[in-house]
Design a protein around this ligand. Structure first.
Ligand SMILES: NC(=O)c1ccc[n+]([C@@H]2O[C@H](COP(=O)([O-])OP(=O)(O)OC[C@H]3O[C@@H](n4cnc5c(N)ncnc54)[C@H](OP(=O)(O)O)[C@@H]3O)[C@@H](O)[C@H]2O)c1
Length: 320
């Protein structure tokens, strides 16, 4: 099969298209003929090997040669013991443990996949699993009337989180670069701030801060919170993550705020509710660009360099 592989951490030039053996599903696994795979910041981080948590399982070399976790496609074969799917079923899911979505076929654990709603295209379905699970679990931490700030609001997760929060009556402030501010407002944010011009930690106080790209000091984050307010890192530098877990915990106890890491639960139970909202027309999916499989390096660079509004999709085969 055709696949986009890499053997060293680095830039998009490390990626090349190769013929590799088609994987076989083991017990409890499904072989998916991939139609579309959306790009997540985690793919870019896995390519770069940075932040350091992206080297989990492969300190000096990538543990998996093929990136791509958010897949949508058709079941091509099933391993022993698979009961929920049959050959030909349309499925989608976040294959973060095994990856392999930037290829014509990928194996995934049965438990990571859900039936693709007929109302969504393969491209649309592929945007939901990782970003959707994060967005739902982030917004669940706020209630109507709260002031919530989302740092990195113009990307994949932000796109869903802003819409879900605004629909729940939460007052949303979104932070991202200047190019994305109109987009963030159109999603329902009351305020949109350019992080290159404004320091959001001086614009609070907020009841909840969700940080997709954390890289500031815990004292700055604490300053931006209400009494009893909460700050959660979702992604960012390892230094910031560690500081939040250590200094942030102590600071939180001393000041009645809470600073912590949002450990996101994966799987159909955690992204399925968002798919239902999209099918009902309550949440929209914005796909900025669709790249071909041979253009996967460009697709990753487009996301990694922060140009994408919402999601970017790699069309692997057939009609997406
Ligand atoms: N905690 C968990 O369990 C868990 C699970 C899965 C994934 N994750 C992590 O969650 C994150 C999800 O990100 P995503 O997929 O939504 O990424 P994305 O689509 O790339 O969005 C991130 C946005 O942040 C912006 N940005 C970059 N630097 C910024 C800064 N200093 N201030 C404000 N905005 C900034 C980016 O634009 P520009 O670059 O143009 O500025 C981009 O619009 C990733 O880091 C991933 O590793 C965490």
């Amino acid at each position: 099969m055709k696949a986009v592989v890499y053997d060293r951490y680095g830039g998009p030039d490390q990626l090349r298209v190769e013929q590799v053996p088609t994987p076989s599903p083991r017990a409890g696994q499904v072989l998916v003929e991939v139609v579309a795979t959306s790009v997540n910041l985690s793919d870019w981080e896995g390519l770069r090997g940075s932040p350091a948590y992206a080297r989990f399982g492969g300190l000096t070399r990538p543990a998996r040669r093929i990136l791509g976790s958010d897949i949508a496609g058709r079941v091509a074969a099933v391993g022993a013991g698979v009961t929920r799917f049959r050959i030909g079923d349309e499925v989608y899911g976040d294959n973060l443990a095994l990856m392999g979505g930037f290829a014509e076929y990928a194996v995934a654990a049965e438990s990571t996949l859900a039936p693709k709603p007929a109302e969504l295209s393969f491209a649309e379905a592929s945007t939901l699993p990782q970003a959707g699970a994060i967005a739902l679990q982030a917004v669940a931490r706020a209630k109507a009337g709260d002031r919530m700030l989302i740092n990195g609001a113009g990307g994949g997760t932000g796109m869903f989180a802003v819409q879900l929060a605004a629909a729940a009556g939460i007052h949303v402030t979104g932070v991202d670069n200047a190019r994305k501010l109109d987009f963030i407002r159109a999603l329902g944010a009351e305020r949109a701030l350019d992080y290159r011009v404004e320091d959001f930690t001086r614009t609070g106080p907020y009841d909840l801060i969700i940080d997709l790209v954390a890289r500031r000091s815990v004292f700055a984050y604490r300053r931006a919170l209400n009494r009893g307010g909460r700050y959660f890192v979702v992604g960012g530098t390892v230094r910031t993550l560690l500081r939040v877990l250590t200094v942030g915990t102590v600071l939180g106890l001393a000041t009645r705020a809470r600073l912590g890491v949002l450990v996101v639960k994966e799987g159909p139970a955690h992204f399925g509710p968002l798919a239902e909202r999209c099918v009902a027309g309550e949440v929209r999916i914005h796909i900025d660009r669709v790249f071909g499989l041979e253009e996967t390096a460009e697709a990753l660079a487009y996301v990694g360099e922060g140009q994408a509004l919402g999601k970017v999709v790699v069309a692997v085969s057939g009609s997406v």
